[in-house]
Design a binder for this molecule. Structure first.
Ligand SMILES: *Cc1c(COP(=O)(O)O)cnc(C)c1O
Length: 341
């Protein structure tokens, strides 16, 4: 099987397994695990924030951010196809008691003018605008890089209104590698950030959230409330540290593979392929006469896995466990199957 369903499917490298084996550990609820402390310090430094907190998943990190920034009854502004809105089981409503309000973006970027008008004036009828969430790269838009200037403008508006900004940077490393803009420059345009270490970077488990010392102190309490206070967590923080320090630059390979895949697929009759910016390839398959589900069934017969991303859209995500030869195989098999489509 060539697995292009997600970049979450990668297995930990030998270096990660070795690091887990040798990790120095302690009870992290007492803040005595040196390995997790080292990971958090490194992540904070890379993202240009005062402090960071290791969390079990991207969803947990995003939700801790919402819980920490907001009060029940607040309204959260976010993009209409944001992961926080689409794929987190409405946890911002279920857990934080906040109301999401969506703004439809262009390639994942929201229009700052629309944000400005969506911010609630002081009125007894209205919710308070408690938080603005951004996502970079934007998953549903196809791994698009949200321009730094867009984030900058939104952050200025947010600060004028004293509204915090949280960045869902599950794939911020991909954005940084693709754009050449440092993580810290992105970090400068937001109050808090969540980054996933178990996606393109290949760690077995874990995300990090970063922000001010005061934010992280409060976030640590929310993590404990959610049952996310872990004990000898250095066992998983050690491979996460390897991911953070040794696996970022190699994302360029995933991006190269995605471009190659897109160019190969665009030659297939009936496939319409979106322009690739990072490691995600979106193909509209309607022209082959198949729905996304039917197309994926046929792919599976050819030992290729991807996921549906709409009734006639399929998402492929390149990752560490799929090399150049495998990408050529995928292109070859799809070209062969649909040559008469
Ligand atoms: C994967 C992802 C998340 C959530 O991460 P999990 O570790 O799967 O909970 C959040 N935001 C985006 C944009 C993602 O792609």
């Amino acid at each position: 099987m060539i697995d292009l369903r997600s970049d979450t499917v990668t297995k930990p490298t030998m270096a990660m397994r070795q690091a887990a084996l040798e990790a120095e550990v302690g009870d992290d609820v007492y803040e005595e695990d040196p390995t997790v402390k080292k990971l958090e310090a490194k992540a904070a430094e890379m993202l240009g924030k005062d402090a960071a907190l290791f969390v079990t998943s991207g969803t947990q990190g995003n939700q801790i951010a919402v819980l920490t920034h907001c009060n029940p009854g607040d309204e959260v502004l976010l993009e209409a196809n944001a992961h926080l809105f689409l794929y987190e089981g409405a946890s911002m409503s279920a857990l934080a008691g906040v109301q999401p309000r969506t703004i439809t973006g262009q390639k994942g970027a929201m229009d700052p003018a629309e944000i400005k008008t969506a911010i609630r004036p002081d009125d007894i009828h209205f919710p308070e605008t408690g938080l603005i969430c951004l996502e970079n790269t934007h998953n549903k838009a196809g791994g698009t890089v949200v321009p730094l200037e867009n984030m900058q403008t939104i952050y200025e508006i947010a600060r004028e209104h004293s509204i915090p900004v949280h960045l869902d940077g599950a794939r911020l490393f991909n954005a940084s590698i693709a754009s050449g803009i440092s993580l810290k420059s992105y970090g400068d345009q937001t109050d808090t950030i969540q980054v996933c270490l178990s996606k393109g970077l290949g760690a077995p488990v874990g995300s990090v959230i970063a922000g001010s010392t005061d934010f992280i102190r409060k976030a640590r309490k929310w993590r404990k409330r959610l049952g996310g206070g872990l004990r000898q967590v250095g066992m998983i923080a050690a491979p996460a540290y390897v991911a953070l320090t040794e696996m970022v630059d190699r994302l360029a390979d995933d991006h190269e593979h995605a471009r190659r895949l897109a160019s190969g697929l665009s030659e297939v009759k009936g496939l319409q392929v979106e322009e690739v910016e990072t490691n995600i390839v979106l193909a509209h398959v309607g022209g082959t006469g198949r729905t996304a589900a039917e197309f994926l069934e046929e792919l599976k017969v050819d030992d290729i896995l991807a996921v549906p991303f709409g009734p006639e859209t399929v998402r492929f995500v390149t990752n560490y466990d799929v090399n150049e030869a495998a990408i050529e195989t995928v292109i070859h098999r799809i070209q062969l199957r649909y040559k008469d489509a």
